[in-house]
Design a protein around this ligand. Structure first.
Ligand code: ZN
Length: 339
């Protein structure tokens, strides 16, 4: 079990991005720090076990992503929606729980379309509750600024009563509340971004377990390993915006999972859920991966590196994404054969 998870984590922390980008060396180091925080165990294993422990049939799980900002990615990027959709699928098909998408107005269209492409219908919470299977709910998070965000977060947690909250590539604030792009610039220079981090502050107060999947350190969850992020990730300690406090996000989660592409971290958790539940099919296959990527682009997402609506995630082409999914399937299916 631990060997399978270790191989999964090695795969999803392998760098395949553009030359000269920092991901060729930062993620394995960030991962080491995250694994230490997880008791020295593979993070995919600890995350999947935590989901299985806390989430039962008919329970609800909030899943979120958010990176839409002007001008680079006005309707979000392809990293995030596919990870959210993969987890929605795994949680619905594997456990029979209800995944609830929560994100801001810029990002919701891409995430919704991607979840549908993964094989789940997506409806407002009240309607979703009337369906028995293959269903996800969505709740819009429009709150901007401290007061509005806090109110929105409280309302959403009250009405959805989640057993867990999982973030995949959700931009988060640094120690003075500024949200940074991966390149260390102020992402809110043109437009404020909804305060999804308040869901995590509220979850901590109420004892709701949380997971954050990250790939740089400017996302929710990075606060768990902030010291490592500041030491390892470019612009995390000293940013390129006037705030001068660095891009490291200070919002912690119970488990943080640094992967080379945040989607891949989410896939690793889906794969491990499939392995532990002996239902490997809950992880999407490569054809579904293609449909998911296409759906996210058609709904407004762009590849986060090129900024283009092309079939890529963080500058890595569709075949690369499908390769990860295929290898994850091989690892868990062969692992199950031997057990
Ligand atoms: Zn700054």
């Amino acid at each position: 079990m631990e060997e399978t998870a270790k191989n999964i984590d090695r795969l999803v922390t392998t760098a395949a991005g553009w030359g000269g980008r920092p991901d060729r060396w930062i993620v394995p180091a960030l991962y080491e720090s995250a694994s230490e925080k997880a008791g020295g165990k593979p993070v995919s294993l600890v995350a999947a076990q935590k989901i299985i422990e806390h989430v039962k049939e008919k329970d609800r799980v909030l899943i979120l992503d958010q990176f839409g900002y002007i001008p680079n990615m006005p309707y979000g990027e392809t990293d995030g929606p596919l990870g959210v959709a993969s987890l929605a699928r795994a949680i619905s098909f594997g456990i029979g729980a209800l995944p609830i998408l929560v994100t801001g107005p810029k990002d919701i269209a891409a995430a919704r379309a991607t979840i549908k492409a993964a094989g789940l219908n997506v409806l407002p919470l009240k309607e979703a509750l009337q369906y028995k299977k293959a269903i996800a709910a969505e709740i819009l998070f429009p709150g901007i600024g401290e007061d509005e965000s806090k109110k929105t977060a409280t309302r959403i947690i009250d009405e959805s009563a989640p057993k867990m909250i999982i973030s995949v590539e959700t931009i988060g604030p640094n120690k003075i509340g500024v949200k940074h792009s991966g390149a260390g610039y102020d992402a809110e220079a043109n437009d404020k971004i909804p305060g999804l981090e308040y869901l995590f502050y509220e979850a901590t107060q109420r004892g709701i377990p949380t997971i954050g999947v990250i790939d740089r350190g400017n996302e929710i969850g990075s606060g768990t390993i902030e010291e490592a992020v500041r030491r390892i990730t470019p612009y995390a300690d000293v940013c390129r915006c006037p705030c001068g406090k660095g891009g490291a996000c200070t919002v912690p989660t119970d488990i943080v999972f640094p992967a080379s592409v945040s989607n891949w971290g989410a896939y690793a958790i889906s794969a491990m859920l499939g392995y532990l539940l002996k239902k490997p099919d809950i992880l999407q296959d490569d054809d579904t991966e293609r449909r998911m990527l296409e759906a996210s682009i058609m709904a407004g997402a762009v590849d986060g590196i090129s900024g283009q609506p092309i079939m890529g995630v963080d500058g890595i082409c569709l075949k690369g994404q499908q390769g990860i999914v295929n290898l994850l399937h091989a690892i868990i299916e062969n692992g199950l054969k031997g057990s």
